[in-house]
Design a protein around this ligand. Structure first.
Ligand code: FES
Length: 244
């Protein structure tokens, strides 16, 4: 863990040095803002590597990264997702890199809501990806219907996974943190390599660390996930997934 923190501090120091070097010029959005964690290969239940083609379009999958207790969504949106510029709750801009895979349709996000950190647990999940139509009031107060959104039913925040998990509705103060995915060129195997945007991990550990440790049977909720992480359907992990 000490290594992780050092790496994190080092990455942030580099980011601020780069920002300083470009002060006064129009800065490109900074991929350097991401926090590198050890690369983890995504595997299926049989410990086999997965590719974009493994994933059913519209089906929300869950894996844990960068820590054994921190859940992430993995989704094949069924449509391409282009890169975009986003801003976290501190006003910091970052560059969401878009989907990966042959169709650029595979995305991953931390599944910890940026409002009050609702997240998938074994018993129940109030936060879910909805491939079907969801109705909500947008930021202009107008009723809107959309397919393919991440919906947190705790207090009804809606995120757009086709656009870096930008907030479309509700009290969430910032997009979900993005998980950087890489595909191995020769095989198409998928790896998680970093996290960027508004990370919620420390606050998550403060509030849910004990419960998460019990659920995952670890003494330290901040235990790094290691060289691989197993994906499963969200519906197979959480006994109940709430739709609203
Ligand atoms: S915790 Fe998700 S909307 Fe409040």
């Amino acid at each position: 863990m000490a290594d992780s923190l050092n790496r994190r501090e080092f990455t942030r120091l580099c980011s601020s040095m780069i920002a300083g070097a470009f002060a006064g010029a129009q800065l490109p959005l900074r991929a350097e803002d991401k926090v590198h964690y050890p690369r983890a290969q995504l595997l299926d239940n049989n410990k086999q590597p997965i590719t974009a083609a493994t994933l059913d379009a519209g089906e929300p999958y869950l894996f844990f990264y960068p820590f054994v207790t921190t859940p992430c969504f993995l989704i094949n949106l069924g449509t391409s997702a282009a890169a975009s510029a986003l801003t976290d709750s501190g006003g910091k801009q970052y560059d969401w890199r878009g989907g990966v895979g042959p169709d650029r349709s595979v995305v991953a996000y931390s599944a910890i809501c940026s409002h009050k950190m609702s997240h998938p647990a074994k018993e129940i999940s109030f936060i879910n990806y909805r491939h079907d139509t969801v109705s909500f009031y947008n930021r202009e107060g107008k009723n809107e219907e959309r397919t393919g959104v991440i919906s947190c039913c705790s207090e009804r925040s809606i995120y757009d996974p086709r656009d870096g998990a930008r907030v479309l509705s509700g009290p969430a103060p910032q997009p979900l943190a993005a998980i950087e995915l890489q595909t191995e060129e020769s095989t198409g195997h998928l790896f998680a390599t970093a996290s960027y945007g508004g990370e919620m991990y420390e606050r998550f550990f403060d509030k849910f660390g004990f419960r998460a440790s019990m659920e995952h049977r670890v003494t330290d909720p901040k235990k790094p996930v290691g060289k691989s992480s197993t994906i499963r359907k969200l519906a197979d992990y959480s006994g109940q997934t709430i739709k609203c």
